[in-house]
Design a protein around this ligand. Structure first.
Ligand SMILES: Nc1nc2c(c(=O)[nH]1)N[C@H]1C(S)=C(S)[C@@H](COP(=O)(O)OP(=O)(O)OC[C@H]3O[C@@H](n4cnc5c(=O)[nH]c(N)nc54)[C@H](O)[C@@H]3O)O[C@H]1N2
Ligand SMILES: Nc1nc2c(c(=O)[nH]1)N[C@H]1C(S)=C(S)[C@@H](COP(=O)(O)OP(=O)(O)OC[C@H]3O[C@@H](n4cnc5c(=O)[nH]c(N)nc54)[C@H](O)[C@@H]3O)O[C@H]1N2
Ligand SMILES: [Mo]
Length: 780
């Protein structure tokens, strides 16, 4: 039997705090997983479902975008993948009765955790203007309402079409096709909040905005640098790959302001020894960097490599410090870069990184001894004002030693959502390449708009200013995932209509425009039957591998439509007979969609045949495959940017907003963060004991976090329990989305426009715990 959802909202600011574990995963993780999954779907369904995750004939795990590899275990899942599956395959249901019993205003007072725990949405629901409750609505009427609002707009650019990264390739391709045939490039996506900085930096320097590393490369690497990433929680299957890499001789440098337990010792739950033994130590060198110090660190390494190149004795027997032949043949801009690196100022480097020379020198020795180097990163590098130059500095570092287009080497931005990379490949992008639009035009016979659309931040501004009026979301939780919660919520409330294609209830359903719709859809785990028979969808992982995903479970409700069907019916209703796209046939048979994709998107020729093979296929990647760089210069570009790092005034801290072990972005599975020793609460702020003492906050005291930004507006996240924690000095950490209220809308990364949610300047103000304060705890 599955358990009931929580009746009331738990208190979230009084956790138990203890020491983090000495090793991660192993038996405790397996037990924890089965308990959590069992609560959502009962024992039998848990076993049946979890055995299907990431199998070649099964469904793609909705957890993360880490690739599967060829040798699969019977249970190719990890703790957090299993939780993601359990959330979706839950037996709990949100029915029209639920909506009749709960006014929207009351739901808006609930935490995101409580909303998500209520279960799967079973029917399309409509909130008419001025109504207090959502009411059931037939699908056709829902499409009429959307078409009515879209047709009433003065311009197609007054509509915004958001995508979260779970949408399969087929639905994503049709969704962008629909938006463009309707007439807009307003296709913001979660990538804008996530790896956009990686895409911007890599496109400019290497010509391809994706990683250049395949799973096998990890086995062949001599050195793997993991910077700004917490794989133990967010990409647990990566730990298995790192363990294997170490067994094959690789060394690992971890760069992080927090000592993350997952990178210390790993007990592989797929092996008998891993279940019970002491585990494998992963990190050889831990560089506890200050938040935002990574550009300075890589510049320092680059400076030292250039200096070492002048003294050939530095790496006897090893590869030369600098790969001059590669630089000559394949790169552009070396001189300017080298001048900037050579003049990098040591005082500034040490201030920015918070590291000592000894740590940087130790890293240099490991670099000099390594022929093939991989750098992996995630949100710790992408969500700062200077993220794009930071990632470009990593590219400089790899280019210097010819570490692009060689086995065991390369750039490895580790993506988040399971198909976020595929959605972008399918054309979900507010700034599409002209060649992509040309291909669409040729294939479908209409003229797509050429001017750029809104990304996430620009969409919020447009809604706030009334220049966007209809907001449509293909998945996700835009209101909670976006920065500046106060501003974003007010912007959303100004919309004429907000529409969400969703599996589960979330805050974006209860902070709405004048009218709102919830369109419930099938999840990855569920069978997708159309007029043309049983369908599968395709996805692309973080390493450019494309494969099929087939759900096997009975859908959560007979009223659900697949995302593809929703797009097809919406497009038919909105575009009518003017459209020459065969929407109806696309809905019946997804092979027809793949056929069109094969003719529009490079690398997808012979798509159907290739994706029907077990395990799928790898997309081409010119720098990786042939050291060909499709950049403006036709070469790999070295770049020289001024050195930057966040400035923090006296008495203030630099806050990063990150994930706990029991959440998937805005979906909160539970209130523990086991790998950081925190149990039963999310309103915590982690601060170095010395900093906390200097500011007058003993461990266990309470503080409001108050944002300080140039616009002078007050941004406050009330009531956090202070936890003394060994983070880098001057830095603090607290969970997202509770702290999104502190991230200013205009504080974004240069070039990529990604919110700088890993470097927020805050001060602490003392406050009593929630129970002793006036009013109710601020939980959302
Ligand atoms: N279980 C689970 N899995 C997930 C997700 C989830 O929420 N839950 N989310 C998915 C998504 S969409 C994404 S994008 C990924 C996110 O995966 P991660 O990027 O691992 O997620 P975060 O929790 O944001 O962790 C950021 C890490 O960077 C470090 N860091 C912060 N600032 C800096 C800095 O300036 N420099 C350096 N070197 N390090 C820094 C933090 O201490 C932390 O270890 O995970 C995906 N997988
Ligand atoms: N402060 C701060 N903010 C951040 C971040 C941070 O580190 N700090 N990280 C950013 C990052 S990396 C990301 S990727 C974004 C995430 O932003 P989003 O992708 O918008 O948010 P999610 O929480 O992943 O979306 C969860 C919702 O997706 C819906 N859903 C789940 N599965 C499906 C499905 O199969 N189909 C459909 N249609 N809907 C489904 C459910 O209704 C669920 O409530 O948040 C960003 N925001
Ligand atoms: Mo993400």
């Amino acid at each position: 039997m599955a358990g009931k959802p929580p009746a009331s909202d738990p208190v979230q600011d009084a956790p138990e705090v203890g020491p983090p574990p000495r090793a991660v995963a192993g038996l405790p993780a397996v037990g924890h997983t089965l308990r959590m999954a069992g609560r959502q779907m009962g024992v039998r369904r848990t076993a049946l479902t979890l055995l299907r995750v990431n199998q070649k004939d099964g469904f793609d795990c909705p957890g993360c975008a880490w690739p599967e590899g060829d040798k699969r275990h019977a249970a190719e899942f990890c703790e957090n993948g299993a939780k993601a599956v359990a959330e979706e395959a839950t037996l709990r249901r949100v029915t029209p009765d639920f909506f009749a019993a709960h006014p929207v205003a009351a739901l808006a007072g609930r935490s995101g955790y409580w909303l998500g725990q209520q279960g799967r949405i079973t029917q399309p629901m409509y909130l008419p203007e001025g109504a207090t409750h959502y009411q059931p609505v037939p699908w056709e009427r829902a499409f009429d309402i959307i078409a009515g609002e879209l047709h009433a707009l003065d311009s197609p650019d007054e509509a915004v079409f958001y995508t979260s990264g779970r949408t399969g390739n087929e639905a994503a391709f049709l969704y962008q096709l629909f938006a463009r045939e309707f007439g807009t490039n307003n296709l913001p996506d979660c990538s804008n909040l996530c790896h956009e900085s990686s895409g911007s930096a890599l496109t400019e320097t290497l010509g391809v905005g994706k990683g250049s590393v395949l799973l096998d490369d990890l086995d062949r690497a001599d050195l793997i640098i993991v910077a700004g990433q917490n794989p133990g929680t967010n990409h647990p299957r990566m730990l298995t790959a790192l363990e294997r890499a170490k067994a094959a001789g690789a060394r690992i440098i971890t760069v992080n302001p927090l000592p993350e337990a997952g990178m210390e010792r790993f007990r592989n739950p797929q092996t008998a020894r891993g279940l019970t033994g002491r585990g494998t130590p992963l990190t050889d060198l831990f560089l506890q960097i200050r938040i935002g110090g990574d550009q300075a660190l890589f510049r320092a390494l680059n400076r030292l490599l250039l200096e070492a190149a002048g003294e050939p004795a530095t790496s006897p027997g090893g590869p030369p410090p600098v790969d001059e032949a590669f630089i000559r043949e394949h790169t552009h801009g070396f001189e300017e870069f080298a001048a900037a690196a050579r003049s990098a100022d040591w005082d500034e480097i040490l201030r920015a990184t918070g590291l000592g020379r000894d740590g940087i020198d130790a890293a240099l020795r490991m670099v000099l001894g390594a022929r093939s180097i991989i750098v992996c990163w995630a949100m710790g590098l992408t969500q700062h004002k200077h993220s794009v130059p930071t990632i470009r500095e990593i590219v400089n570092f790899l280019l210097l030693r010819g570490n692009i287009g060689r086995p065991g080497a390369g750039v490895c931005p580790v993506r988040g959502h399971s198909n976020v990379q595929g959605d972008r490949t399918m054309g979900i992008f507010e700034r599409p390449a002209p060649a992509f639009l040309d291909a669409l035009e040729k294939e479908f016979g209409f003229a797509p708009p050429r001017h750029h659309g809104y990304d996430v931040v620009r969409s919020i501004r447009a809604l706030r200013d009334g220049t966007a009026k209809v907001f449509f979301a293909m998945g996700g939780n835009f209101v909670s995932a976006s920065p500046d919660t106060g501003v974003t919520e007010a912007a959303m409330r100004r919309a004429r209509l907000t529409v969400h294609v969703s599996t589960k209830l979330n805050r974006s359903h209860v902070v709405t425009g004048a009218r709102a719709l919830i369109l419930p859809t099938l999840g990855r785990t569920e069978r997708d039957i159309q007029a043309g028979g049983e369908q599968f969808v395709t996805v692309e992982d973080s390493m450019g591998m494309v494969h099929a995903s087939r759900g096997r479970l009975e859908p959560a409700s007979p009223h659900l439509l697949s995302e593809t069907a929703i797009v097809c019916r919406l497009a038919r209703r909105v575009l009518g007979t003017a459209s020459r796209v065969p929407w109806e046939r696309f809905e019946q048979d997804y092979r027809l969609i793949r056929d069109r994709i094969s003719r529009v998107v490079p690398g997808f020729d012979d798509f159907e045949a290739k994706v029907s093979r077990p395990g799928g296929f790898t997309l081409p990647h010119a720098p990786r495959d042939a050291r060909r760089f499709p950049t403006a210069t036709g070469k790999a570009n070295f770049t020289a940017a001024p050195l930057a790092h966040p400035r923090v005034p006296e008495g203030r801290l630099l806050l990063q907003t990150l994930r706990s072990h029991d959440q998937y972005n805005t979906t909160i599975y539970g209130l523990d963060d086991r790998y950081r020793g925190i149990k039963g609460g999310r309103r915590v702020v982690l601060i170095h004991p010395e900093d906390a003492r200097a500011l007058g906050f003993p461990d266990g005291s309470y503080a409001d976090l108050v944002g300080e930004w140039t616009d002078g507006a007050e941004r406050r996240a009330p009531g956090f329990r202070v936890v003394h924690y060994p983070t880098a000095r001057g830095c603090a950490a607290a969970y997202y989305p509770e702290t999104n209220v502190l991230v200013p809308l205009d504080a974004t990364a240069d070039t990529s426009n990604t919110p700088a949610s890993k470097s927020v300047v805050i001060r602490l103000e003392p406050t009593p715990p929630a129970g002793e304060r006036d009013g109710s705890p601020a939980t959302p």
